[in-house]
Design a protein around this ligand. Structure first.
Ligand code: WTA
Length: 648
């Protein structure tokens, strides 16, 4: 708790915005005391085709259903109503290519493109409920594809362009996707990512895909399979065809987004239409309080939940102008973000602690090259932000006046759950704390046994009631949904994070309590990487864990035991790296791969991952009883001793 205690002082930083939190407190209280009235008002942020019968249906808990029998179309709310109003000529996106190109697309232009693609999808036979897999870089066709799917009631599953072939085929097979929308390639650090080739590899082990629609972006040579692959520009004619938005029930699925959990198989998090859209639009208003004329820049990738919710759905529903940047934050030079922020007069910048720490390393020189005076508000997401990075961001990028909205949330929560609320009266900020719950969110910090933790005591954060943006279920696996989120603490949603509440009521999120890593903000499962290692010819045993890293938060370390017949062969590690890169994707490649003679195991044969980690990091505590729940203290001691000897 030391680091936080040192930062207990109330900073003057929120001051300009700090009008007291009385409004926040009364809104928050109302959200808990009068949820029906509260959510009814909050839902009027959308246009509904039919009003709901019930705000919250909990008869099938924990499968909570919000705005039951309410009918709407999210694409209509995000696009049509702006294209048909005074926002028609307003920019929806200002897109900046990695090479510096600029494209500005108005709400009316977005409307036309979405209709054109919707029409093409219908012509290919896509209907309500069909699944579309999107594997696109940060180009405008990405939001267009998501919105077109939403318009016709198809369910999209977006796969981040950094994932490899087997990650894609697994997702295609789980969702039985009929269509893939991809590009020939995308740009990253001046190089071309060969996306189409990865899709071709992935499709070898799938059977549901009828067509692959390919956007031409990089222009390099790609294979096009006759009868299956179609160029986007050949298929999607630019016309004025109108496709009526399909009326959907609030709890029909909008998208599936796979995320890592504690098994080797990613979880297909399903979000619905009504509850999700109400949640993302309202949380964006509460947390960031954007003005109509603001330029909002969420510098995340569209393939992660942050991009889904806060590059696409929330800002469009609110009719805001977003900056969308295609490439790497250090390309062609480390001032790229600041250059774009100055050139386009960005007012609100939302990015990750890893990005901040990466750019902080290059020093203030790159920041000073630019006038960042238009920036009024800053935000962070994805991992805890350490106070020095918070201060650097605040002082250098926010000119010591922009408040930092540290938003804590998860793929499963749909949108922010704990965050300062600039729109409801900003609390005095404490660097490293996400401050207070959003309206409707009722968190509690529990000890391992499920008792409420004391103030200042680290515990597990859970939620005592549902909220509109929470996941509907896990695709194809309702049992896993219940088991993963509601079994640990009966009747409460729990998803793996440590937290502490201080004596002023501020929440501090302290990282994952499970076998999930956060590498540069990317959520990765240790078991997925172990499975990939074990699927190679050479590896007999594997243990993967995270090592703290100053910039990326954590990096991946693997310990492996090589099968007898492969012992002594050099370069096993580089072969494994290559294999992981093509199967899972570059973000999964371990920074260190160590070869050991044996790995410590419990009597029942379970590898003691945490023991290996503790020995490796030189962190073995006197009391080893917490290190491995399924082993005796003697067993752990013996395992530590023998592993230590080996490591020397
Ligand atoms: C972590 C990303 C501390 C947390 C939106 C959570 C954070 C996981 C914060 C979800 C934050 C996210 N402070 N930790 N502001 N934001 N996390 O699903 O461990 O990719 O459980 O969603 O990121 O990661 P996911």
């Amino acid at each position: 708790m030391k680091a936080q205690d040192e930062n207990r002082e109330v900073l003057p930083t929120g001051e300009r915005y700090h009008h007291g939190i009385a409004l926040y407190e009364s809104v928050y209280r109302e959200s808990l005391e009068n949820p029906n009235g509260f959510w009814s008002k909050a839902a009027s942020i959308l246009d509904w085709d039919r009003k709901w019968d019930k705000i919250l249906d909990d008869t099938n808990a924990p499968f909570y259903r919000w705005f039951l029998n309410g009918k709407l179309n999210v694409c209509y709310n995000a696009v049509d109503r702006h294209a048909k109003s005074g926002n028609r000529n307003k920019a929806a996106y200002i897109w900046v290519g990695e090479g510096g190109e600029e494209k500005i697309i108005t709400f009316e232009g977005l409307y036309r493109r979405v209709n054109n693609l919707s029409n093409a999808l219908i012509n290919l036979g896509i209907e309500k409920g069909d699944k579309i897999l999107i594997y696109l870089p940060m180009i405008l066709e990405a939001p267009v594809a998501m919105l077109a799917a939403a318009r016709i009631g198809a369910v999209f599953s977006f796969v981040f362009a950094g994932f490899g072939a087997s990650a894609i085929s697994e997702r295609i097979n789980d969702a039985k996707a009929k269509i893939v929308i991809t590009a020939d390639g995308g740009y990253r650090n001046g190089k071309i990512l060969d996306l189409k080739r990865t899709i071709d590899e992935a499709l070898v082990s799938t059977s549901s895909v009828q067509n692959v629609i390919v956007v031409r972006r990089s222009g390099h040579q790609v294979e096009m399979e006759d009868g299956r692959d179609i160029w986007y520009h050949d298929l999607v004619r630019d016309g004025s065809k109108y496709v009526a938005p399909v009326e959907l029930e609030s709890n029909d699925p909008l998208f599936i987004l796979y995320t890592s959990g504690t098994t080797g198989k990613p979880k297909g998090v399903v979000h619905g239409n009504g509850g999700y859209a109400v949640w993302v639009a309202n949380t964006m208003k509460w947390a960031f309080n954007p003005n109509d004329t603001d330029r909002w820049w969420c510098a995340a990738d569209i393939g992660w939940i942050t991009g889904h919710s806060y590059i696409v759905f929330a800002p469009l529903i609110l009719g805001l102008t977003s900056i969308m940047y295609e490439g790497s934050i250090t390309y062609p030079s480390p001032d790229r973000l600041w250059d774009i922020a100055e050139k386009y007069g960005v007012n609100i910048l939302y990015t990750s602690p890893t990005a901040i720490r990466t750019l902080m390393r290059y020093g203030e020189k790159y920041v000073k090259m630019h006038d960042l005076s238009t920036i009024r508000v800053l935000g962070t997401v994805g991992e805890p932000i350490n106070p020095p990075a918070w201060r650097w961001y605040h002082e250098n990028i926010g000119s010591s006046k922009a408040p930092i909205i540290d938003t804590y949330w998860q793929t499963e929560t749909g949108g922010f759950v704990i965050s300062p609320s600039l729109g409801l009266g900003l609390p005095p900020l404490k660097p490293g704390s996400a401050t207070f719950p959003m309206p409707g969110i009722d968190p509690v910090i529990l000890d391992e046994e499920g008792n409420e933790a004391r103030i200042g005591e680290k515990g597990l954060i859970a939620y005592r009631r549902p909220w509109p943006g929470m996941l509907l279920t896990l695709h194809n696996d309702p049992e896993r949904f219940v088991k993963t989120y509601f079994d640990r603490f009966k009747g409460k949603y729990y998803c793996g994070d440590y937290a502490v509440k201080d004596s002023d009521g501020y929440y501090w999120l302290l990282g994952r309590a499970d076998e999930v890593l956060k590498v540069a903000g990317h959520r990765l499962g240790t078991i997925e990487i172990e499975d990939a290692l074990l699927s190679s010819r050479e590896v007999a045993e594997a243990a993967v864990f995270g090592k703290p890293d100053e910039v990326k938060g954590e990096v991946i370390v693997a310990f492996i035991v090589v099968k007898n017949e492969f012992r002594g062969i050099s370069d096993i590690a580089s072969g494994l790296r290559k294999q992981i890169k093509s199967e899972l994707g570059p973000i999964y490649v371990p920074e260190e791969i160590h070869i050991a003679e044996t790995l410590p195991k419990t009597r029942s044969g379970k590898i003691m991952r945490r023991v290996i980690k503790a020995v490796f990091l030189d962190e073995v505590p006197g009391d080893v009883s917490t290190l491995e729940s399924s082993a005796s203290v003697d067993e752990i001691r013996a395992a530590i001793e023998s592993f230590r000897k080996q490591a020397q």
